[in-house]
Write a protein that binds this ligand. Sequence first.
Ligand code: 5GP
Ligand code: MG
Length: 184
Amino acid sequence: MKSEMEQDILKVLVTEEEIQRRIAELGAELYDQFHDKNPLFLGVLKGSFVFMADLVRACQVKSDVEFIAVSSYQNATVSSGRVQITHDLQQDITGRNVVIVEDILDSGNTLAFLKDYFLTKGAASITIATLLDKPARRTKAITADYVGFVVPDEFVVGYGLDYCQRYRNVPYIGVLKPEVYANH
Ligand code: 5GP
Ligand code: MG
């Protein structure tokens, strides 16, 4: 039986199994790079919360976890381009090796902004780990160091990613049926 939410999904782009297998690989690579560097895993809310939970458990390094919340979409499916911090860092990141944990790298506005912001806050290094990369829509010269999956130029939901705050708890990455947008 499909859940009520899953009935709104047109197609699955990345399955739960594929996500878990890939995160195990990313965790191992991050371990090699950071096992003696006390990294700070810094998640971009809200979209990254599911990825963060799985990634830090796949990477058994001494580390800590922090979050920042930004908003640029305001319920649209296309970025407005302006990035606003809606919940700021709760700790000093001076001298820290920051691993930004992001759900999806799209235009690049968010990560370009955050990278600069964390450097001005004194981070020693910035590494970007994103579950998804949508290179077709990039307008900022920014690349991720760790990418789970490259996705086509479609609006995706699930595994933390929302449409109007819904579908974050769908356990895979999928695309919504067109009528979901039409009926909204
Ligand atoms: P960027 O600033 O790179 O354009 O966008 C980054 C943010 O936009 C992501 O963190 C994510 O919250 C949101 N975003 C970009 N593309 C998608 C998408 O296909 N689906 C969802 N749900 N959010 C997206
Ligand atoms: Mg996001």
